[in-house]
Design a protein around this ligand. Structure first.
Ligand SMILES: [Zn+2]
Length: 372
């Protein structure tokens, strides 16, 4: 068995830039390692060489397994030139370099290595289930696909190995993506009083949304919801009254906000100037930091890293949004070796020490869950 660090290098050498993804060879590589350790592996094909992997071992019927999840796709390299080979997995100064080292092949390698090492002792215990997805970087495609297929088992707890520098995070905000459309009546630009200007209607609506106050909806850890008008288009030419204008609204939600009530509030605030269409949504993910398993997990982390810290939330969203409700809503942490600040960056790297720590943390989490 190769080490978690070597496995990270091997995974980086699969080019899984999404689009197009091409995650299948990477998923098969992990699947073979897990299979030879005794794991039961199933692949779920999304077409175009894109595969999700679910691997499980153990399960005594009395208690649910613990789940670890991670994605194999990575984001494109960006316009800047890299000073290292982006798919080389080179090691220098205690760091592994490459696209996906931080987000999140280092995390996947760490939990696969931990699971493989403990595999001989998992029979007759609650066991471990690994959910390794494709297509996370473009809207959790793989995780949503697994939910639609109805193939996800129930889990008793979940670790999302996204980059947190081995700090325990108890969740993240949700998103609500809307498109707003204003309709008007076109007329010659010299006689605007004969038309209804859709750009002006949309502009009023933008300002009304910007003025909304979310200070009554602040979450103690995740903070306040945010609203960003992300694009705006309207009108056709210089000398007509525009009869259509559209804009995008990116809302980040905290737990406890009712989506339908929020949409009603937007409608009220904009006074019928625009109509909203829901483009995409994902619920916030949150587990009470007082949950006994979360408390135990923070103790495990502290015993390995020597660092204790208050529980925080992630700035990004994760596959936990679709997976957690589908797997029985288990307590969930986001906890992985990557450097959050290096995700999606040029010359992305992951600290070798953090990968080794993560493997030790994951092994201890499994050992305690399965009472090894
Ligand atoms: Zn990620």
């Amino acid at each position: 068995m190769t080490s978690a660090v070597q496995l990270t290098q091997e995974l980086i050498r699969f080019d899984t830039v999404n689009p197009p993804g091409n995650e299948a060879p990477c998923a098969r590589h992990l699947g073979l390692i897990l299979q030879s350790a005794g794991f039961h592996t199933r692949y779920f094909e999304m077409g175009n060489s894109r595969e999700n992997l679910i691997a499980s071992l153990g399960g005594d019927g009395g208690r649910l397994p613990i789940c670890f999840t991670g994605h194999t796709d990575v984001v494109p390299l960006g316009a800047s030139l890299w000073s290292v080979a982006p798919f080389g997995g080179e090691i220098a100064d205690g760091k592994i370099y490459g696209r996906g080292s931080t987000d999140m092949k280092g995390g996947v390698a760490a939990f696969v290595s931990a699971a493989v090492k403990l595999a001989p002792r998992l029979a007759g215990t609650p066991g471990v289930v690994l959910v390794i997805t494709a297509g996370e970087e473009r809207g959790c495609e793989g995780a949503k696909f697994l939910v639609e297929q109805g193939v996800l088992p129930k889990a008793g707890a979940m670790v999302v190995a996204e980059p947190t520098a081995n700090y325990v995070l108890a969740g993240h905000k949700g998103v609500l993506w809307l498109e707003a459309a204003a309709k008007g009546v076109t007329a010659h630009g010299s006689m605007p009083e004969k038309g209804v200007n859709a750009v002006c209607k949309a502009a009023r609506a933008v300002l009304a949304l910007e003025a909304l106050d979310f200070s009554n909806e602040i979450h103690p850890v995740l903070g306040r919801p945010t609203l960003n008008v992300s694009w705006f288009r309207g009108g056709l030419n210089i000398n007509s009254v525009p009869d259509e204008a559209r804009f995008g609204v990116d809302v980040r939600l905290v737990p406890g906000i009712d989506r339908d009530r929020l949409l009603k509030r937007f409608g009220h605030a904009t006074g019928g100037d625009v109509e909203f269409t829901l483009m995409d949504a994902s619920d916030p993910v949150w587990t009470d930091p007082a949950d006994p398993w979360i408390v135990e997990t923070t103790k495990v982390v502290q015993s390995v890293t020597g660092v204790g810290s208050p529980i925080g939330g992630a700035a990004y969203f994760t596959d936990a949004a679709p997976l957690k409700p589908a797997m029985g809503n288990p307590p969930t942490v986001i906890l992985g070796p990557g450097e959050p600040s290096m995700a999606h960056q040029t010359d992305e790297f992951c600290s070798i020490k953090r990968i080794e720590e993560a493997e030790a943390i994951y092994a201890e989490i499994i050992a305690r869950w399965c009472k090894l």
